[in-house]
Design a protein around this ligand. Structure first.
Ligand code: B12
Length: 180
């Protein structure tokens, strides 16, 4: 349901928005429908996971209000058994740092959907380095305009092209870190 209906539908909306067939109000309406569907699926997916296998703080970077992909990642991670603290959209570096301090997660996840906001991920990671806390966390980044090269360039531990990859990568990295 999630991959074929909700994500599949939003992919078509994305293509039609890009091609000028759909406009912002229609895209917003589709986004709301997706959120409604996710609200129904969320507890069902969460039920399938047992104990927390790790903790993640996730947010969309400053200047960016896109949250569907982030919410999907959060939901899939919860479904896989992670505890997820979603700090929302338009998140400045200070708020990321405060959430890390408060929740002490295994993973920090950052999302960006705009080419103008994706460089902000480097601001967050560089600030973590300055404060000497970069290596305390697994940093995963994602969002449609990103790629592996960008993830490497900003100093993330991993770039995930979708929520399924995020779950696999998170499980692997948390297990490796705990084993070490
Ligand atoms: C829906 C949408 C909107 C909605 C957002 C609603 C919401 N609540 O999120 C609205 C209408 C508000 C909107 C606004 C704008 N949008 Co818009 N939007 C889209 C659209 C159509 C779909 C995005 C989406 O939700 N995709 C579905 C999700 C499931 O996919 P996803 O986000 O990529 O997430 C997956 C992966 O990337 C990954 N992932 C994502 N985040 C993370 C994080 C982590 C940690 C990990 C591990 C993985 C991960 O996993 C996710 C799930 O599989 C895209 C087009 C597109 N195809 O991307 C344009 C798009 C992103 N928007 C665009 C633009 C330009 C804008 C506006 C500037 C428009 C305007 N002129 O006002 C504003 C920006 C406002 C702002 N400051 O942010 C452009 C960006 C172009 C660019 N070069 O940057 C796009 C590409 C459309 C286009 N072709 O022009 N938008």
């Amino acid at each position: 349901m999630l991959n074929e209906a909700l994500v599949g539908g939003m992919t078509i909306v994305g293509i039609d928005f890009r091609d000028g067939i759909l406009f912002v109000p229609e895209v917003l309406s589709a986004a709301n429908a997706m959120k409604g569907g996710m609200a129904i699926l969320r507890p069902l997916l969460a039920e399938t996971g047992a104990e927390s296998i790790g903790k993640m703080v996730i947010g969309t970077v400053k200047g960016d209000i896109h949250d569907i992909g982030k919410n999907l990642v959060a939901m899939m991670m919860e479904g896989a058994g992670f505890e997820v603290i979603d700090i929302g959209i338009n998140i400045p570096v200070e708020d990321y740092l405060a959430a890390l301090e408060e929740h002490k997660p295994d993973i920090l996840g950052m999302s960006a959907l705009l080419t103008t906001t994706m460089p902000y991920m480097k601001v967050v990671i560089d600030t973590m380095k300055e404060k000497g806390i970069r290596d305390d966390y697994i940093v995963l980044v994602g969002g449609a305009p990103l790629n592996q090269e960008f993830g490497d360039a900003v100093g993330a531990c991993g770039y995930c092209r979708d929520a399924a990859v995020a779950v696999d990568m998170a499980k692997e990295m948390v297990a490796a870190r705990r084993a070490a």
